[in-house]
Ligand binder design. Sequence first.
Ligand SMILES: N[C@@H](CCC(=O)N[C@@H](CS)C(=O)NCC(=O)O)C(=O)O
Length: 210
Amino acid sequence: MKLIIATPSPYARKVRVILREKNIDFEEIIDVPWNTDTLTLGVNPLGKIPILLRDGYEPLFDSKVIVQYLDGYKPKPLFYPNDYSENISARLVETVSDGICDSIVLIFLENSRKEILRSKTWIKRQEKKIFEGVQYLSNNLDQKQYFVGNHFNIADVSGFTCLEYLDLRFPKFKWRDKYKNLVSYWNIHKDRQSFKETKPYSQIIEPLDD
Ligand SMILES: N[C@@H](CCC(=O)N[C@@H](CS)C(=O)NCC(=O)O)C(=O)O
C-alpha cells in the first residue's frame, strides 16, 4: 500500500498513525496538495490528501473512509469501536477534532492571501469554531485517560492530532493555559511511537495570487 500525505496534514496523520498502530507495511509519498503539480490530480476528484493507493483497486480518499477500510483490512487493534454507543461517541470526537482542523486550515489559507483581501469576519467565524470545539473536547475528556471507553481508538488519534495541529498552525490560542486536563492527556500520550514518528511540520506552498 502507498499513502499520499502532506507533512502538516492532521487528516493524513490520523491514517499514518493507524497504519503504524496496526503494523501494516506501507510507503508514504509526500505531496503538497495546494500546489499545481499535486499528485492528487486524476486520483481524488476533490484534490485532497490523504489518499490510499492499493494495487489493482480504486484509490481511497478521506481519512474516515480510509480508517474504516483499514479496520476491515486488519481489525486488530480496532479504531472504530464495535460497541454501538462507543462507536457514535468516538465518531463525534473525531468530527469535532476534524472540524477544528478544517477551521485552522481555512484561517491559514485566508492569512496567506494578500492582506487587503483577507476577511476579518471570516477569520473570527472560524476562530469561534476552534474555541468552542476545544471546549467541547475538554468537557468530553474530563479527567479520563482516553476520550471514549478505556482503550485507545479513533477519538484519541483525532483528538491528539488536533491538539498538535493547534500547536503548529494556531499557537496564539495557547490551549495549554486554559485546559489543564488536555495538557495531562497530551502528556500521557505524547511519547507513543506512532505519534512521535508523525509529528507535523510545515511545507512550502505556492502563494495564492488573489
Ligand atoms: N475530510 C478530509 C479532509 C482532507 C483535507 O482537507 N486535506 C487537505 C490537506 S490538510 C487538502 O488536501 N487540501 C487540498 C485542497 O483542499 O485543495 C479527510 O478527512 O481526509
